[in-house]
Write a protein that binds this ligand. Structure first.
Ligand SMILES: NC(=O)c1ccc[n+]([C@@H]2O[C@H](COP(=O)([O-])OP(=O)(O)OC[C@H]3O[C@@H](n4cnc5c(N)ncnc54)[C@H](OP(=O)(O)O)[C@@H]3O)[C@@H](O)[C@H]2O)c1
Length: 322
């Protein structure tokens, strides 16, 4: 019970990754002050209130990333802050208002609150591979992406990768703020996160798998890094607990093209209707490597992709998504 007697904050607690983080923190004995946008929406809170330890050690608060000072009373008295809240949608009408403002201003708002309270010893910021790998450098089988890579905001703008831009700007601002204030922050930079859902609603990365198993005729010509949500939540906690943790941690269990994901799904679920062909006739987007040196040093032993895919499909089925 490494967390016994310790108080930590999780922002955006209703979310896919944050729900697992809250679950693991409670299991370790932490007292969790959790922010949600709408504490009156059962779809956002019931699964949290049902977690083991929630009755005794989970406190829910209302907060919005765009309201200055919204997080003050939540962060006051916390030793650790896990800032996970940030919109993750790929289809948006107004990228500035829907993605960039909440990601960037929200991060500065939360870090601003953290800087007011000396109780806060470390802030773990949920960044993304989006802030790492999008700089125009080719990604091919011989290339190794690691924590020294930074996405280029100009490249993101030209490519109209608005979510990627939002995460790139948010992480950049976080490091600048931390340097100016002498604040101890660590970033966790996961790729596509899959694995069981705790929340009753569908999140964007689990939807990527749902789209493959829900009767699609084609799979996208796309290659992603994949990582299990339990590894991601665990990495957040290790990044807080280990005094030696610092800098960025890129989290990728395996890089795989959608065709390989479909192949694994076919072996796991032979009766499922799965797409037979690629959405275009171009050569497959190449795979690339991602260094696991730092994350392994943090203590992560990645859950295999096969297990993550099995868990995801079973969870989507159990929750009635298909
Ligand atoms: N899933 C992935 O593959 C992946 C990969 C890399 C990084 N990430 C990062 O991980 C974090 C969590 O993502 P997720 O996949 O768990 O997504 P999610 O389930 O959609 O969770 C996002 C959370 O952000 C909250 N949020 C959004 N706008 C907000 C605002 N204006 N004020 C307060 N809260 C707001 C949402 O609150 P509501 O519940 O009220 O909507 C929700 O709790 C994000 O920072 C995301 O960029 C995700």
């Amino acid at each position: 019970m490494s967390g016994a007697g310790k108080i930590v904050c999780v922002t955006g607690a209703s979310g896919y990754i944050a729900s697992w983080l809250v679950k693991l923190l409670l299991a370790k004995g932490y007292t969790v002050k959790a922010s949600v946008r709408d504490p009156n929406d059962p779809k956002k809170i019931d699964h949290l209130l049902a977690l083991d330890g929630a009755k005794e050690r989970l406190q829910l608060f209302k907060a919005n990333l765009l309201e200055e000072g919204s997080f003050d009373s939540i962060i006051d008295g916390c030793e650790g802050v896990f800032h996970t809240a940030s919109p993750f949608y790929l289809a948006v009408n107004d990228p500035q208002a829907e993605l960039i403002d909440p990601a960037l201003k929200g991060t500065l708002n939360v870090l601003g609150s953290c800087s007011k309270f000396p109780s806060v010893k470390r802030v773990v910021v949920t960044s993304s591979i989006a802030a790492v790998a999008f700089n125009g450098k080719p990604r091919t089988p011989d290339v190794v992406v690691d924590e020294t890579w930074f996405s280029d905001p100009e490249f993101c703008k030209e490519s109209k990768l608005w979510y990627v831009l939002s995460k790139t700007l948010a992480e950049e601002a976080a490091w600048k703020f931390a340097k100016e204030k002498g604040m101890n922050i660590v970033t966790i930079n996961p790729a596509m996160v899959i694995g069981p859902l705790l929340q009753p609603t569908l999140n964007t990365s689990a939807e990527a798998i749902l789209k493959l198993v829900n009767g699609a005729e084609t799979f996208p010509n796309a290659t992603f890094g994949w990582v299990n949500v339990k590894d991601v939540a665990n990495a957040h906690i290790l990044a807080f607990e280990k005094p030696s943790a610092d800098g960025r941690y890129v989290l990728v269990g395996k890089v795989a093209h959608a065709s390989e994901v479909v192949k694994i799904l076919r072996e796991l679920f032979p009766t499922l209707h799965l797409p037979e062909k690629c959405a275009d006739d171009k050569p497959y987007m190449p795979t690339y490597q991602v260094s696991q040196e730092r994350t392994k040093g943090l203590g992560i032993n990645f859950i295999p992709l096969e297990v993550s895919l099995k868990e995801t499909v079973e969870s989507l089925k159990e929750k009635g998504f298909f």
